[in-house]
Design a protein around this ligand. Structure first.
Ligand code: ADP
Length: 167
């Protein structure tokens, strides 16, 4: 069985991530979306919230599983008997970092391959950073993230407001 891992921070999940997950899932028997827990960036959403977004957002994909992970990606691959890493490329700016990452990983685990999927042009400008910025300023992200993710974000915000009101 060919198992692939699509790793990332997914803070939050976007339509660009969904596109790569759908296309990645069609290339392997099982695709595990690995949600990075110990990102050096301080995330806007907890790992539990990000896992929930991805589980809801990929419910229509029967061969996709979502798992949190921390530590080295190659250890996560070995743990799940995976030898393929799926990553998305938006623009040349992504390339240098991705190349470094892929080469370092292969050095640590020669049995693995990284597969790069180029973004669909319609999603190339979408990033979690842009989405966070829009959310921060109270704008609408409906053209950037899946509908189910919007519902989760709204729910999280309602709970946060509720608790800060002392309710
Ligand atoms: P990182 O893993 O660097 O924290 P993300 O969690 O934002 O980054 O993204 C995970 C993966 O999804 C990366 O391979 C990234 O290039 C890819 N990706 C992010 N946004 C898009 C998009 N709009 N189109 C295609 N791929 C994307």
């Amino acid at each position: 069985m060919r198992v692939g891992v699509y790793p990332g921070s997914f803070d939050p999940m976007t339509l660009g991530h969904l596109d790569i997950a759908e296309r990645g899932a069609s290339l392997v028997d099982k695709l595990i979306i690995g949600v990075l827990e110990n990102s050096s960036k301080k995330p806007m959403f907890t790992v539990e919230e990000r896992v929930r977004m991805l589980r809801e957002g990929t419910k229509h994909l029967p061969n996709v599983e979502v798992c949190p992970f921390s530590g080295l990606l190659v250890e996560f691959l070995k743990e799940h008997n995976a030898t393929i890493v799926v990553r998305g490329l938006r623009a040349v700016t992504d390339f240098e970092y991705e190349l470094q990452l892929a080469q370092a990983n292969r050095n640590l685990y020669p049995a693995m391959e990284t597969v790069f999927l180029t973004t669909n042009a319609q999603y190339s400008f979408i990033s979690s950073t842009v989405v966070k910025d829009i959310l921060h300023h109270g704008g609408s992200v409906e053209h950037f993230v899946p509908q189910k993710v919007i519902e989760i974000i709204n729910q999280i915000r309602r709970n946060q407001h509720g608790s800060s009101d002392g309710n």
